[in-house]
Design a protein around this ligand. Structure first.
Ligand code: FEO
Length: 404
C-alpha cells in the first residue's frame, strides 16, 4: 500500500477493508474504508487514525511518505473504535506529538488508553492550529454523530475533514467520487450515502441542518470533503451537502415501502394485492420480507419512501419478533415526515396490528388508520380488500407528500 496525494501536500493514508460484511450489525456488502489523512507541512499532522486491526496498514502508508516520528500533531475528530483505536500504535511511533480533540473526546479516549503519558490539547469551535502553510480550523459537531465529534477545515486547501459525516461504507480501488461513479455508478454511490445516513444520522436531522447553516455562515469554501469512510468528494462536494440538507429536512420519494414478515405466508399473501393497489394508484412500491432482508437495508428503504406499510402476523397475541426488532430500531432512529400503516394475519385474537400502531405513535409518526388484519389466509374477497387498502393508502401518501 501507498499513500495517495489527494491535494497538494495532503495524503490519504487509510485502510481499505474489502472483507467486512457486518459493521456492528449493519450489512456492508460493498466493504468499507477507514480514512485518515497526513498533512505534509513544516509541522507534520495526522488527521484521525483507523480501526485497530488496520494499524499496520496505516503505518505503512504513513511511512511511504514520512518517518512517523516526524508527526508533530495528531487530530482526533471522532473517538469511535473504527477511527481511534490505533491511536496508541501511532503514539508509540510519534511519542512527542500533541493530540487535538474535544473535551468530550478526551473523556471518552481516557476509557480506552492511559492518556496521562500523552500531550493532549482540548479544542473547540474557532480554535486553530498553524502547521506552516496550512491552518487547521476546528469545528465542534456534537451528536454528529457522537458527543465528541468535530470536523477540521483547512482553508489554504479548501478541504473539510468531516469524520463520519458525508461518508459511506464503500471499499473501492479509487479514492474519489469521480473514480467511483466512472467504474460503478453515481446512483450506487448516492444509495450508499442514503443507507449510511438512514442507519446512523437519521436521528440528528435538526442538528445537521443547524450545523450546515453554521458552515454556510462561516463562509467555508469547500472544494473537497474528506470523510472517514468511503470515497472522497472532489468532483461535486456540493452534491453530498445538498443530499444531507434534503435528508435532514425529511426528503423522501412519493413511494411506498412494504416491510413484512410472515409465519405461514398469510401476511405475505396480503402484500401482493396491496402492492398492486399502490402501483395502480401510480406510486412506486418496494416489498421486503424482513427475515430475508438485512435490517439496515430495510431501514434504508423505509427512509427513502414517504409511506410505509408494516406487516406482522400475530404471535402469542403480540408482534412477530423480527417486526418488533424493526420498530425498536426505528424508534431509536426517530424518523419523521413519514406516513405509516399496519396490516397482518392472525389466527386467535390478533394483537400485532394494534401493537404496531402503539409503536408508531410512540415515534410520533403520521398514521394511516385503521390498519388491516385478516383471520388466517386471505380469501379472494379479502384480496380485493387488500388491493383497496393499498390504493387508499397510496392516495393518502400522495396527499401527505404534497406538504413537503
Ligand atoms: Fe465511523 Fe462513528 O464511526
Amino acid at each position: 500500500m501507498k499513500a495517495v496525494e489527494i491535494k497538494d501536500g495532503i495524503y490519504w493514508v487509510g485502510a481499505i477493508d474489502w472483507a467486512v460484511r457486518d459493521f456492528h450489525g449493519y450489512v456492508t456488502p460493498r466493504g468499507t474504508t477507514y480514512n485518515n489523512y497526513l498533512l505534509m507541512d513544516e509541522e507534520v499532522t495526522l488527521v484521525d487514525t483507523v480501526k485497530y486491526d488496520f494499524s499496520e496498514m496505516t503505518i505503512k502508508n504513513i511511512q511511504s511518505t514520512v518517518d512517523p516520528a516526524r508527526i508533530k500533531h495528531v487530530v482526533i475528530n471522532h473517538i469511535e473504535n473504527d477511527h481511534a483505536t490505533s491511536l496508541d500504535k501511532i503514539m508509540e511511533l510519534a511519542p512527542d506529538a500533541t493530540i487535538y480533540m474535544t473535551e468530550k473526546g478526551k473523556r471518552g479516549i481516557d476509557r480506552f488508553f492511559d492518556t496521562a503519558r500523552w500531550k493532549i490539547k482540548l479544542v473547540k469551535t474557532g480554535d486553530t492550529l498553524k502547521t506552516g502553510r496550512f491552518t487547521l480550523q476546528f469545528l465542534e459537531t456534537p451528536m454528529l454523530h457522537w458527543p465528541d465529534s468535530m470536523m477540521t477545515y483547512v482553508p489554504e486547501a479548501k478541504v473539510l475533514f468531516s469524520q463520519d459525516a458525508f461518508g459511506q461504507h464503500i471499499a473501492s480501488a479509487g479514492r474519489f467520487d469521480d473514480e467511483y461513479s466512472a467504474s460503478e455508478s453515481l446512483a450506487d454511490l448516492e444509495d450508499a450515502v442514503i443507507e449510511y445516513y438512514a442507519n446512523i444520522l437519521m436521528p440528528f436531522g435538526t442538528l445537521i441542518n443547524r450545523k450546515l447553516d453554521e458552515i454556510a455562515k462561516l463562509g467555508l469554501q469547500i472544494e473537497m470533503i474528506a470523510p472517514d469512510h468511503g470515497i472522497i468528494w472532489r468532483q461535486n462536494p456540493e452534491r453530498v451537502l445538498q443530499m444531507y440538507r434534503d435528508m435532514a429536512s425529511g426528503k423522501a420519494e412519493a413511494s411506498v415501502a412494504i416491510i413484512y414478515d410472515t409465519m405461514w405466508h398469510s401476511t405475505e399473501a396480503m402484500t401482493v394485492p396491496m402492492a398492486a393497489g399502490i402501483k395502480d394508484e401510480g406510486l412506486d412500491v418496494t416489498v421486503m420480507k424482513l427475515r430475508a432482508t438485512p435490517m439496515s437495508i430495510a431501514i434504508k428503504e423505509f427512509w427513502k419512501s414517504r409511506g410505509a406499510l408494516i406487516g406482522s402476523p400475530t404471535l402469542n397475541n403480540i408482534l412477530y419478533p423480527t417486526i418488533a426488532e424493526l420498530l425498536t430500531h426505528l424508534r431509536g432512529l426517530r424518523p419523521n415526515h413519514r406516513l405509516v400503516g399496519a396490516f397482518g394475519s392472525y389466527g386467535w385474537g390478533g394483537g400485532a396490528v394494534k401493537e404496531s400502531y402503539e409503536e408508531f405513535k410512540r415515534m410520533g409518526l403520521e398514521t394511516y388508520e385503521p390498519g388491516l388484519q385478516l383471520l388466517y389466509k386471505p380469501s379472494l374477497a379479502d384480496e380485493n380488500v387488500c388491493y383497496e387498502f393499498g390504493r387508499q393508502f397510496a392516495r393518502r401518501v400522495r396527499e401527505y407528500h404534497q406538504q413537503f
